[in-house]
Each structure stands twice: as C-alpha cells, then as structure tokens.
Design a protein around this ligand. Sequence first.
Ligand code: GLU
Length: 314
Amino acid sequence: MTTVIDSVPLGVVLDDIVQLHRPRNERGSVPARIPHLSAPPFDRFGIAVATTTGEIFSAGDAGIPFSIQSISKVFTLAMALGVDDRDSLWSRVLREPSGTSFDSLVQLEVEHGIPRNPFINPGALVVTDHLMESFPDSAGHFLRFLAEQVGESTVGVGPFIDEAAAQSELASGNRNLALAHFLKDFGNLRHPAQAVVESYIRQCSVMMTCEQTAKAGLFLARGGRGEAGSVVSKDQAKRICSIMLTCGMYDAAGEFAYRVGLPGKSGVGGGILVIVPGRYSICVWSPRLDSKGNSLAGMAALADLTDRTGWSVF
Ligand code: GLU
C-alpha cells in the first residue's frame, strides 16, 4: 500500500519539497550559546512522514542525525504524564502560551515560579524534575523510551546522546541554571538544580534522524499507542497535541497555526515534529533558524506540504 496525494505518491511529493526548500545560500542563524549547533552545513534539509498504518516516507537528509533539542520536551511531557496517575504535574506547570522568550527569567519571577507551559525551559525543567521522581536517571530512561518507539537499539544507528555537546552546553548553561534556582527558590523543584539541568540538557542533546523522530512521535497520531503499548491515554494524547498547537513553536505558535494548521514542536537544532492526528507523524529538519528560533526552511516546507495535501486539524 502506498500513500497518494492527488494521484502523486507521497514519496514523490516529498522529493519535490526537498528540491524546492533545501536552502541554496546561508540565511538564518544558530543559537550563540549552543556552539555545536553551528556544525551542520546550512544546506542540510530532510523530511520524513510516518503513517499510522506503518509506512515511512522520507526525502533529502532524513537519515542524518540532528540535535533534537526542544522536541525532547514533547516526549518527556508524555513520559511524565504516563506515570502521573493523579495529574499532579498540572499543579506545578500551566498550559498557556507564554508570549515571552522560552528562557525568560522575568516571567517566572512575576508568576511566582509556576511556568506558563511545559515547552518553555522552566516548564521543561519542572517536567524533568517530576520525571526524576520515578526515574532518577531520567535521561537514560528517555533514551530507552525513544529507542523503543523507534524500534532500534541504542547502539550504533539508534537515538543517542551527544555527550560532548551536552557538556559544552552545560558549560554555558547559566540561564537554565538560573531558571532552575528560581524554581527551587519558589519550592517548585524537588531535586538539586544542577542535577535537573544536567538531565534536561542531556535530553535536549539526543541525536535522531528525521525518520526516527517521526517514528518516535507516532504514538501521538495513534491516540497514545506506541510501538510497545500505551504511552499515554487517548485523552492525554489529545491534550499534548493541544499544547503543541498553542505553545509548541516559541513565539510563533499563532503564525504556525495559521500557515500549517497542525500541532507542532520545534527545537533550536532546526527540527520540527508535527502531528496529523489519526494519520501521520512528520519531522522536518534544516538547521538555520528564523528570529523566533524555528527552522526557516522547515517552516516554509511544512506550509507548502500542508497546502498541497490539505492535512490540517481545521
Ligand atoms: N537546550 C536548549 C536550551 O535549553 C533547548 C532550546 C530549544 O530547543 O528551545 O536552551
């Protein structure tokens, strides 16, 4: 069986998207405080679509591992909710768009240490802290979770943590440490600030390909059902997608909803994970970012793909 869009096979559509959207010259930026993210050449571009029927389509550099950065926040949120019977996480973090930068100290101070949502850095630090209650080695557990969803071992080609990159980010991680200390001061962190930041940064430093990332996100398109059983309930899967739609794209969630019309989560490594509920999990990657921190070419490609296919939640 193959997926066809207006009688064109999806694989052919993706090849065309790569042709059109692969950057031809150096544009956009990489985050200054994470030096290793400038390593991939500007013209890297990959896209993969995993279907709920078990197919995978990809094009361009979809087989090259990239740093998933904040895409990790979707998975850690799902893992934390999956072990949280009483929904107690939601007394520690809200579910509103922040309207400020993802690592703002000011907002956290004004709002008494309760982060606006789980996808800004303080929110993700709280999620990591929550996860560490059940799994002290949360980053190791996270990696095993991803390997299970992707269906490959963590050795060799499977998802892996770029430990050197994590160390270098940690060395310049003063802002995340400051956020963690603020949270601790407000009584919203149970583990030592340093330990939480270390786990969080190791989670961000996971390397996966577009194909692997799309496969890892498939449980959200399948109402919470992962490769080896339930990851979260159907209700939780719906709610995670809602938070992706409203909070997943930094300060450009409105623009992304307008142009793409699907729940998405981006990372400053240039990856974007997008869910078409019931049908597809999509990952696009191109490393140079726009002023909001989203992949320049990735945003354009997703707008184009969803216009061509009509994929949308609206
Ligand atoms: N590791 C990055 C940080 O904490 C992740 C940022 C992102 O992708 O949004 O700043």
